[in-house]
Write a protein that binds this ligand. Structure first.
Ligand code: GLU
Length: 290
């Protein structure tokens, strides 16, 4: 049996905090305990928010924690052409359509739809896409006029193509789900998989990279539990292998809120500057000392 492959996949759009430390250390510990490999992947497709200096600080914080990883590190912004191939594959299968509404137009449509009853929301609490695909002639016209658009997955068509999907969960979901979990991608509606100017999305890049890097064990925060439904769907549609998943608890702040990259008090660099040691960080996130 080849060794298991784990990964930590941060986005360099801020400083790492205690929650990242927990996720990275857990992946690294599991790789060590199982004789597995540990990879670092930089998820930097959002060029407006990601900055190289955050990546430098992340590497520095991870090294300080005692984590080592294989080089070269995969950086998603260097692989847009590959993601584009997958977009074309899904387009050719008739599973994507361009949607031209701005955010403001979407909000208006949601408000209108909500007037006649509650409009459904996705597992993250955002309203589902309220639009419908345009007739082909209208699409063509807007595309050739240079209008910006998002490529959305036709969720009904995608589900019909993929059939029933489950995943193996070694951790737990927000409602205590564990073991064989039934995927519910329809809960996300017609998700965006690419945009005119960015030929990919979090969902698409993550499944392609996990497959390409041979990741066998996806260990990540519980906030991404239900995103796994979309990931399983894309894996099936693109013919990619299925890793096992372990969603772990989130480190919360004193008010019980999920930590964010803007909460400076828990940024690793601040804790370091305040004299905490890597052992202190392990203790703070509830991990045994190595
Ligand atoms: N890049 C994602 C994040 O920083 C994590 C992706 C994943 O682990 O699947 O939240």
């Amino acid at each position: 049996m080849p060794p298991p492959v784990f990964r930590f996949a941060p986005s360099p759009n801020g400083y790492l905090h205690l929650g990242h430390a927990f996720s990275a250390l857990l992946n690294f510990d599991l790789a060590r305990q199982t004789g597995g490999r540990f990879l670092l992947r930089i998820e930097d497709i959002d060029s407006a928010r990601c900055r190289p200096e955050f990546e430098v600080t992340m590497r520095d914080d991870l090294s300080w924690l005692g984590i080592t990883w294989e080089e070269p590190v995969r950086r998603q912004s260097e692989h847009f052409a590959l993601y584009q191939d997958a977009v074309e594959q899904l387009e050719q299968a008739g599973l994507l359509y361009p949607a031209f509404e701005s955010r403001a137009e979407i909000s208006r449509l949601v408000a209108k739809a909500s007037a006649s009853g509650l409009w459904p929301r996705d597992p993250d609490g955002a309203p589902l896409y309220p639009g419908t695909p345009l007739p082909p002639a209208e699409r063509e016209e807007l595309m050739s006029s240079g209008a910006p658009y998002a490529l959305r997955l036709d969720m009904d068509a995608a589900r019909a193509r993929a059939g029933e999907l489950v995943w193996q969960e070694e951790g737990t979901g927000p409602g205590g789900e564990t073991g064989t979990v039934t995927a519910r991608p329809e809960a996300w509606g017609d998700v965006i998989l690419a945009r005119k100017d960015t030929p990919t999305s979090y969902h698409l890049s993550v499944v392609i990279d996990d497959a390409l890097q041979g990741v066998t064990d996806v260990v990540r925060g519980r906030d991404l539990f239900w995103a796994t439904s979309v990931h399983r769907l894309l894996q099936r549609l693109l013919g990619l292998p299925e890793p096992v998943y372990r969603h772990h608890s989130l480190i919360l702040d004193a008010a019980g809120q999920k930590l964010s990259k803007s909460s400076a008090s828990v940024a690793l660099r601040e804790l370091r500057a305040a004299g905490e040691t890597p052992q202190d960080i392990r203790r703070m996130v509830g991990l045994a000392l190595p």
